[in-house]
Design a protein around this ligand. Structure first.
Ligand code: SF4
Ligand code: SF4
Ligand code: SF4
Length: 349
């Protein structure tokens, strides 16, 4: 009989070889996480995926009911996802280690393992994941809507439209802040839409919210200087409100030199020297986490290579001296239909 550690190795080899840089198979931290979270039975089931309860039952000599219960349990714990619902029940799969990380960290039930558990994830992300995964242009910065109102906004970069258009809206805690714990920003800021909203509600790790409440969260996050980001496509299914210290995408840019981790918005901050009162708090500089605004020889400068077009500086300037200018065509946003959560939720037969 294979030992648990051998089974963990098998599971990681099976599911992680598809990762572009397969050295992730040599991860030191993922086996530790699996040791804490999985049993031998879980691992045996994981090795049979992708599959539906009927076939899992056959492979492991279980009754169909036992297999369905075990699969549903792994789903509720964030370990597996539903690729499609078939006539023989949900077809479960192991999607991706990045999705696994979020699925676990979204879930407050894992708090029982304490900070040591989250430290393993933190080390995993900062020492392994960020160096092995290509995040290029997965996400994109969304500008504060108020400061781009006078321009031609595309519906899927207009935050209010993105929220209003969603079939369902939910909010769950911010997985990056749970993992990194480097600030005191609120946790309940990760807004999920459509399938992702179905997912967090089905696992009871997020709560359904109204459009009005979603707007309120967005406003509060802007006040705090959190940066809006979404999936870099024309079908956004998440509305993240991110801090530079914890967010996987912003950390990749600011601390690991991976500047393409989150694409810039189509806008750029433009400075009007005539209007600038050189206000003593320099709120524009303070708001720019990218270091795009500096003061030299008593004058402010915007380094456009370091402007991601978030609009946070323009939204606070008391003199209206910073404007957001449209600098990229609409084709800057891929019309790929990509979603951050391209999966579904289980429908029992
Ligand atoms: S991307 Fe942003 S809001 Fe989403 S989990 Fe990470 S920091 Fe939180
Ligand atoms: S916030 Fe506005 S007025 Fe103050 S320094 Fe910046 S640009 Fe000038
Ligand atoms: S200068 Fe900084 S704060 Fe202003 S829009 Fe650019 S990235 Fe955002």
């Amino acid at each position: 009989m294979a030992s648990v550690s051998k089974l963990i190795k098998k599971v990681l080899n099976k599911y992680l070889t598809s990762v572009p840089n397969s050295s992730i198979n040599k991860s030191v931290y993922l086996p530790k996480i699996f040791e804490i979270l999985t049993t031998k039975k879980d691992l045996e089931i994981l090795l049979t995926l992708p599959n539906n309860p009927k076939n899992v039952a056959k492979s492991l000599s279980l009754s169909e009911k036992e297999a369905a219960i075990a699969l549903s349990d792994l789903y509720m714990r964030g370990f597996i996802w539903v690729e499609e619902n078939t006539k023989d029940g949900p077809k479960y799969c192991f999607a991706d280690v990045g999705i696994l990380m979020d699925s676990v960290l979204f879930d407050p039930r894992y708090d029982k393992y304490g900070n040591e558990f989250f430290d393993i994830w933190k080390k995993y992300w900062n020492e392994e994941h960020v160096h092995m995964y290509q995040l290029d242009n997965t996400f994109r910065v969304l500008p504060v809507e108020e400061v781009i109102r006078s321009t031609k906004i595309i519906p899927y970069e207009r935050i209010s439209q993105i929220i209003k258009k969603a079939r369902r809206v939910a909010v769950q805690r911010c997985a990056c802040r749970v993992r990194e714990r480097r600030c005191n920003y609120p946790l309940e800021t990760c807004i999920s839409l459509d399938n992702l909203a179905d997912y967090v509600i089905s696992r009871d790790i997020g709560r359904e919210i109204s459009v009005k409440e979603a707007f309120k969260i967005v406003d509060e996050c802007e006040e705090l200087g959190l940066i809006h980001q979404t999936v870099n496509s024309d079908t956004p299914d998440v509305l993240c409100n991110c801090c530079a210290c914890c967010c996987s995408f912003l950390r990749s840019i600011l601390y690991y030199g991976k500047k393409a981790a989150s694409a810039k918005s189509r806008y750029m901050a433009i400075f009007d020297r005539e209007k600038c009162a050189n206000c003593k708090d320099l709120v524009c500089i303070e708001r720019c986490v990218f270091g795009g605004i500096t003061k030299r020889d008593g004058k402010l400068h915007i380094d456009h290579s370091m402007c991601w077009g978030c609009g946070l500086c323009a939204s606070v300037c008391p003199e209206n001296a910073v404007k957001m200018k449209e600098v990229k065509k609409s084709s800057h946003i891929p019309r790929s239909g990509d979603k951050i959560y391209p999966l579904t939720t289980p429908k029992e037969k």
